[in-house]
Design a protein around this ligand. Structure first.
Ligand SMILES: [Zn+2]
Length: 366
């Protein structure tokens, strides 16, 4: 018997003949299916990421929720995968490896969620972002704010337990929870106007207790070397360190700012700061950092170095501030050619004293 030759046929019509109508129907069905599967839990939808940044809660709480959703939380399992010699067990229950999923699903933690005013009962699922999305999807702003704040409390407790051997108990948890909520409420009353979904501040403000605020900047002039500036202050507005680097090779303003960011993180690490909040006046850098998209450009490789460096801090945040709130770092960067590579510990060059003093005054008013 002679084998039959190959025949081309169109599978979407009964007679095997191609029609535009059948092809269009096929593409449409496929799109609907893809959209349905992407909103059913694999990836949070775009609206989720947008609402996350305007939830009624403190920026540090939103930051933790964002990190959980992005799966970039330095849980013990993740640290071990990176080769760090740490224990693997969850500090709360001591029974399971501490993964991001477990941070939410740990039986001890689940009891707290259920006993909280939100009465949240998590069901098993693998995707932390999906938990958050389910809460966001209820479109109850008050509830979302509460959950984002509570998530922060859990993460903070976990850190206090590991690093300060503090044993958590439920009344303490609720006390911390309600105090964070009232700070957020007070803040909401005097909230500055929203710009691109960001609460941009005009002036320098003091960081929270135990946190070191780092302002950094880069000077960029076409075909001239770039200079970097760094200033670290504590919650009493005292200078912990200042630094400049010059000359630096940068091909564009955003690269210059990204290099300043990486340099600042590695300085902060070398100086032994454990809880840091960094501020940039470069919205593009802030957006690039937050969107967390991968890429193979030089910019993304610098940003990816930054992500590695961030894991060495106990707590970290990056926020956007208007240039007027970043004037010391701006001055250091612009005048870096005078100092080349210098680090000052607990002091600043005399020419900066008036700018530092102006920030102290501004921080009293906020
Ligand atoms: Zn556990």
């Amino acid at each position: 018997m002679r084998p039959a030759g190959d025949v081309l046929f169109w599978p979407l019509t009964s007679d095997g003949g191609y029609t535009t109508k059948s092809a269009y129907g096929f593409i449409r069905q496929r799109r609907i299916r893809t959209e349905a599967s992407s909103s059913s839990g694999q990836q949070p939808h775009a609206r989720f990421w947008k609402t996350l940044w305007v939830v009624d809660s403190l920026p540090r709480c939103r930051e933790v929720a964002w990190r959980v959703a992005k799966k970039i939380v330095p849980v013990r399992r993740a640290l071990r995968v990176r080769g760090m010699q740490v224990e693997e067990e969850c500090p709360f229950c001591g029974m399971h490896p501490e993964t991001i999923v477990h941070v939410l699903l740990c039986p001890v933690v689940a009891r707290w969620w259920f006993a909280s005013p939100m009465g949240v009962r998590f069901r098993s699922s693998d995707i932390p972002a999906y938990f958050l999305q389910q809460i966001f999807d209820q479109q109850d702003d008050h509830l979302t704010g509460l959950c984002v704040t509570f998530l922060y409390v859990i993460w903070d407790l976990r850190n206090a337990m590991i690093y300060q051997q503090k044993v958590p108990e439920f009344t303490g948890i609720m006390a911390q929870f309600s105090s964070l909520l009232s700070i957020a409420e007070e803040g909401a009353l005097v909230r500055p106007p929203v710009e691109n979904g960001l609460l941009a501040r005009n002036s320098w403000t003091r960081p929270g207790e135990e946190c070191i605020k780092i302002n950094f900047d880069a000077s960029w002039v076409h075909s001239a070397p770039t200079g970097l500036g760094f200033i670290a202050r504590n919650n009493l507005a005292q200078v912990m360190a200042a630094a400049v680097a010059f000359p630096i090779d940068a091909t564009s303003p955003i690269i210059a700012k990204a290099l300043a960011f990486r340099w600042s993180l590695s300085l902060a690490k070398d100086l032994g700061f454990r809880t840091v909040c960094l501020e940039t006046d470069c919205l593009q850098l802030f957006d690039t950092w937050m969107k967390a998209k991968g890429g193979d450009s030089y910019l993304f490789s610098v940003i990816s170095d930054c992500r590695d460096l961030v894991s060495s801090f106990l707590n970290f945040s990056l926020s956007f501030v208007r240039r007027t709130g970043n004037s010391v770092a701006d001055h250091l960067a612009k005048n870096s050619s005078k100092f080349h590579n210098s680090v000052w510990i607990e002091e600043v060059p005399p020419e900066l004293e008036s700018l530092i003093h102006a920030d102290v005054i501004a921080s009293m008013a906020t």
